[in-house]
Every structure is written in structure tokens, then in C-alpha cells.
Design a protein around this ligand. Structure first.
Ligand code: 6GU
Length: 275
């Protein structure tokens, strides 16, 4: 397994490389989850930078995930978008999966929109629902902040009492309402994967207060909060979690549902970005 260095000098080199490719100074970062790459179509005049070209960047390996950074504007706002993200189940440490967030911060980003495909744990959810993350459960057993703290990046013990911005959630609900649509809102449990959970694990997660479950996002959000970024999280509920419906889970189903909600998703992101 290749090792990656994620310290300040690596962040700087990655950010400098990106700066050498475009003069655009992004304010908003977006991370696209499985099947949600369609959001990349929203960017006007995108500059594409393959992950493999960026110093210290890992390279994503999973089917349905692409590996490029896109910089451009959405609704006139300068954005940087990760099309394809890194997961701990690929073998990366949490600090590697969240490295791009630190690069975004270095480039000037102040707000981060994280999206993911997730399984519905809350039985009132339906596949195709979009859920704003009110909070998360980091059940990966790890933190991207383990190790010496670089105080230039953030404090040793970052506050997580408002991991997902109340202000941005209110703005997102508002934008949805204007489009005659309602977001669900709930707690996202982030697990290692890559196997989906057992029905017993899903009952446990429900008892613990989870509404949705997935294999990403938590390490990115922790690093974003460490860096002082405001975070908005949206889960696309692509399927019900194990044991709820009498049917097996598959990545194909995840991709199919994500594809079905793409128009709704695009409209909402367009409406949210100006905020
Ligand atoms: Cl049910 N579990 C996990 N861990 N990730 C998912 C999922 C379930 N559905 C989509 N992604």
C-alpha cells in the first residue's frame, strides 16, 4: 500500500499545483458521492485536473467514482469540486481521505458541501429521499486528526457541536421549499465498509440514533471543522439499509437510485450555492 504524506508542505504543494492550472480562487468546495457526478455538469467553464497529476493526491479506485478536480463557477460563485472521493475501505487512512479538504482550505474555500449515497436506517425514509445531515456518528474507529496537531491547520481539540452548519441547513430547507420540495434531516452514521451492514448492525445503528448509514463523509467533515470551514451535508438515500426490506443490497441499486434523483439534486444544489 502506498503511503501518503498529508502534512503542511504536502498540502501547500498540492494547492500550488492547482493554482498553476487556474487563476480561479474557489470559495465553495463540493465533494460528490457515488452516482452524483452529474453535479459536475453544473460548473461553467470548468478546468479539470486529474487526481493523478496533483502532488500527494491519492487516486480513487472504485467503479462509479471518478478521479478529477474541477474548478469553475456555479451561479457566478467560484467552486472547486471533487468528482470522486477517497474512502477508508480503499485502504487509505482517514487523514488521506480528508487531505483534499485541507487543500481546498489552502486555496481559500470557506464552505464545503459534502454529498454521499447512503442507506436509509430510519424506516420512514424512502429510496430517492434527500437528507440534510443534522449531525453524524463517526463509527470508523478513527480520526483524521490523530497525531501531532499542526496549529496552523486548526486547534488540537476542535468543537464538533455544530458539525453541519445550522445556517446552511436553514438556507437549504428554504431553497427546497421554494422548489416545492422538502429535505429530510437526520443523523448520518459513517462506517468503514466495504461490506454493507448486517440487519443486526442496522438495528444497533437505529438504537444509536442513526437515520442513514454510509462509508464516507465523517473524516472530511472532521477535517473541515478543524480547518474552520462551514459544512453542509446531503445524503441521497439510495436504498433502505439491510433487514428493512426483504431484499439484498447492491451497488447497482445505489447507482440506479442516485441516477433517478439527479435532476432534483441538481436543482437544489443550484439553489443552495448562492447562499
Ligand atoms: Cl445500506 N450501508 C452503507 N454502509 N453504505 C451505503 C448503504 C448502506 N447504501 C448506500 N451506501
Amino acid at each position: 500500500m502506498t503511503t501518503f504524506t498529508t502534512h503542511a508542505a504536502s498540502i501547500q504543494e498540492a494547492a500550488d499545483y492547482i493554482r498553476s492550472k487556474t487563476e480561479l480562487q474557489p470559495e465553495i468546495g463540493l465533494i460528490l458521492g457515488s452516482g452524483l457526478g452529474i453535479l459536475a455538469n453544473l460548473i461553467e467553464n470548468p478546468v479539470s485536473i486529474p487526481y493523478e497529476d496533483i502532488p500527494h493526491f491519492p487516486v480513487s479506485t472504485v467503479e462509479g467514482h471518478e478521479g478529477e478536480l474541477l474548478l469553475g463557477t456555479i451561479q457566478g460563485r467560484p467552486v472547486i469540486m471533487m468528482k470522486g472521493r477517497f474512502h477508508m475501505y480503499e485502504g487509505y487512512g482517514p487523514e488521506v481521505t480528508a487531505f483534499p479538504v485541507r487543500v481546498m482550505k489552502n486555496l481559500g474555500v470557506t464552505g464545503l458541501l459534502v454529498t454521499n449515497a447512503a442507506g436509509g436506517v430510519n424506516t420512514s425514509f424512502t429510496p430517492g429521499d434527500l437528507m440534510l445531515l443534522s449531525d453524524h456518528l463517526n463509527l470508523t474507529g478513527k480520526s483524521p486528526l490523530i497525531g501531532p496537531n499542526d496549529s496552523a491547520l486548526g486547534v488540537r481539540f476542535p468543537d464538533m457541536s455544530e458539525a453541519y452548519s445550522r445556517r446552511l441547513r436553514a438556507a437549504a430547507h428554504d431553497a427546497a421549499g421554494k422548489q416545492g420540495f422538502a429535505f429530510k434531516e437526520g443523523v448520518y452514521a459513517g462506517l468503514l465498509g466495504p461490506s454493507y451492514e448486517t440487519p443486526a448492525e442496522i438495528r444497533m445503528l437505529r438504537t444509536l440514533g442513526a437515520d442513514a448509514v454510509g462509508m464516507s463523509t465523517v473524516s472530511e467533515t472532521i477535517v473541515a471543522r478543524h480547518a474552520g470551514l462551514e459544512v453542509l451535508g446531503i445524503s441521497c438515500i439510495t436504498n433502505m439499509a439491510a433487514g428493512i426490506l426483504d431484499q439484498p443490497l447492491s451497488h447497482d441499486e445505489v447507482m440506479e437510485t442516485a441516477d433517478l434523483v439527479k435532476e432534483k439534486f441538481l436543482g437544489l444544489v443550484l439553489a443552495i450555492i448562492p447562499n
